[in-house]
Design a protein around this ligand. Structure first.
Ligand code: PGA
Length: 251
């Protein structure tokens, strides 16, 4: 089954309005010049500049946020609802990133509630999962991923409204990655667990991104794996040339 890859940039807490809009515009310009691109491109800037970036790249590449609140509105100081995300032209939101799970104590149930709100508003959720180094060393990688799939993915997830990003926590920002064989094995296990939860058809169509130290030098190998349908890129998405080189591995 052919799945259209997605290459997503997670800018984390980096970039200001001027350099962020310029970075997104540079990527959008290159992407628009490609005839029949074979992948989708998404950038996820810090929330305060999502609106400016979305205005700049409208209808060229997709824009998303790095988090979303599960509720529609109300007394939640500092939070952003999906309705607000949609209002400024973003169409995706990342949820459950390991930095949110660690810094903000988000659990699978929180991630699921956020993903549900994203789906209910007609946007696409990028749900992040992945094991810590200690869990990997204990041989628990697949078990951890299965538990996170069961706990974080809403029951009405489809191949259109949910993307899964497998990001081993120990590979994020470290320059280390699992071997290609390891990545394929985990992705295949994740797809099997999605099939258990949501059925084979949904699992066959759902995009599974790999994230964690993706860079131009390893993108071709990782993106070529049968169950890898794109990348969630942190550090390398902050430089137009590097991010474009990764996108090119899927084009
Ligand atoms: P990295 O981050 O590419 O800098 O490792 C990936 C991520 O956290 O999404």
């Amino acid at each position: 089954m052919s799945r259209r890859p997605l290459v997503a940039g997670n800018w984390k807490m980096n970039m200001l309005k001027e350099n962020g809009t310029a970075l997104a515009a540079a990527i959008a310009e290159k992407y628009s010049a490609v005839k029949n691109p074979a992948c989708d491109v998404l950038v996820c800037p810090p929330a305060l500049i999502v609106s400016a970036v979305a205005d700049k790249v409208a209808n060229k590449i997709a824009v998303g946020t790095q988090d979303a609140h599960a509720l529609k509105s109300g007394a939640h100081t500092g939070d952003i609802s999906v309705e607000m995300i949609k209002d400024v032209g973003a169409t995706y939101a990342i949820v459950g990133h390991s930095e949110r799970r660690t810094d903000h104590f988000e659990k699978d149930a929180d991630v699921k509630a956020k993903a549900q709100a994203i789906i209910d508003n007609g946007l696409t959720a990028v749900i992040c999962i992945g094991e810590t180094e200690a869990q990997r060393d204990a041989g628990k990688t697949i078990e951890v991923c299965r538990t996170q799939i069961q706990g974080s993915v809403p029951e009405n997830a489809t191949a259109e409204n949910v993307v899964i990003a497998y990001e081993p926590v120990w590979a994020i920002g470290t320059g280390r990655t699992p071997t290609a064989d390891d990545v394929e094995q985990v992705h295949a296990a994740i797809r099997a667990e999605i099939a258990n939860k949501l059925g084979q058809k949904v699992a066959d169509g759902m995009r599974l991104l790999y994230g964690g130290s993706v860079k131009p030098s390893n993108a071709v190998e990782l993106m070529g794996l049968p169950d890898v349908d794109g990348a969630l890129v942190g550090g390398a998405s902050l430089k137009a040339d590097d991010f474009w080189a990764i996108i090119s591995a899927c084009l």
